[in-house]
Design a protein around this ligand. Structure first.
Ligand code: CP
Ligand code: NVA
Length: 301
């Protein structure tokens, strides 16, 4: 059994093995080959925030693998009325075989793992989004053939996506450049680690970050839980957009990714989004294949 609390906990070899398994599961699904590797297993999915892709990919993923999934909204669980996470962890460990949780505080995910006795998978916190980045790396590898040496540029808020992209990118040998306003940089410890372990740049110069990129990536300016800051953030982030000027300084065959949901004309223009829609929706599809690989790894290793 293993957890996926954050990508930093996984070695490069574990990440690459997960991508390889995701590719295999994708090929098999497309060719009608079924693998009920998780027959009889149940995943509990705790959600304290909205979700389309994460919920559906894990639910369908468990079904594909022969198991089942329970959607557990924090509003309905006793967590919503103050039952401690550490008690929830011990109770659910006696009923089900694994938990995927989407919440605010990374500490809650770590507490589930500490007190529970089943695999815990992070389906997004304010700190990171490891499952998304595994799907992103799968998509980049599919389109570009390899990850090593490719330049990934993220433009926007130094948020959960930025944190996980830095870790996933550096661990797989990519060059990572982040363009964000000075007061909205990614986690300081992650940036320090990235500078010491790979080719990493964080700047407020968007075109410098984007120069010669193989992959451009962006995410919303206001994440879930930051709705009250949305108007202020629109002013702060207004230049932090993937548009034709950013595409122009990138490699001719640059690919564009977005974890979704996207806000057109904010972090990405509608034109660039539609021109790169195939890549963006391949990325969304790969949530299913990558999440199935995560489930197999966490449940069976
Ligand atoms: N990208 C992502 O995690 O999507 P959802 O919020 O729809 O799960
Ligand atoms: N940064 C975004 C990612 C959504 C998938 C959020 O946390 O809302």
């Amino acid at each position: 059994m293993k957890h996926l609390l954050k990508l930093a906990d996984w070695t490069t070899e574990e990440i690459i093995a997960t991508l390889d398994l995701a590719d295999k599961l994708k090929y098999e699904k497309k060719n009608g080959i079924e693998h009920h590797i998780l027959k009889g297993k149940t995943l509990g999915m705790i959600f304290s925030k909205s979700s389309t892709r994460t919920r559906v990919s894990f639910e369908v993923g468990m079904y594909d693998l022969g198991g089942s999934a329970l959607f557990l909204s924090h509003r309905d669980l006793q967590i919503g009325r103050g039952e401690p996470i550490k008690d929830t962890a011990r109770v659910l460990s006696r009923f089900i075989d694994g938990i995927m949780i989407r919440t605010f505080d990374q500490a809650d995910v770590e507490t589930l793992a500490e007190y529970g006795s089943i695999p815990i998978i992070n389906g997004l916190t304010d700190y990171c989004h490891p499952c998304q980045v595994l799907a992103d790396l799968q998509t980049i590898r599919e389109h570009k053939g390899s990850l090593e040496g490719k330049k990934l540029c993220y433009i926007g808020d130094g948020n959960n996506m930025a944190n996980s992209l830095i870790v996933g990118g550096i661990k797989t040998g990519m060059k990572v450049a982040i363009a964000c306003p000075k007061d909205y940089q990614p986690d300081a410890e992650i940036m320090k680690w990235a500078s010491e372990n790979g080719d990493f740049l964080c700047t407020d110069d968007i075109l410098l970050a984007a120069a010669d990129s193989d992959v451009l990536y962006t995410d919303v300016w206001a994440s879930m839980g930051q709705e009250s800051e949305a108007e202020e953030r629109k002013k702060i982030f207004k230049n932090y957009q993937i548009n034709d000027s950013v595409i122009a300084v990138s490699k001719d065959d640059v690919m564009v990714l977005h974890c979704l949901p996207a806000h057109r004309e904010e972090e990405i223009t509608a034109k660039v989004f539609e021109e790169h829609a195939n890549e963006i929706f391949d990325e969304a599809e790969n949530r299913l294949h990558a999440q199935k690989a995560v489930l197999v790894k966490c449940f069976t290793e």
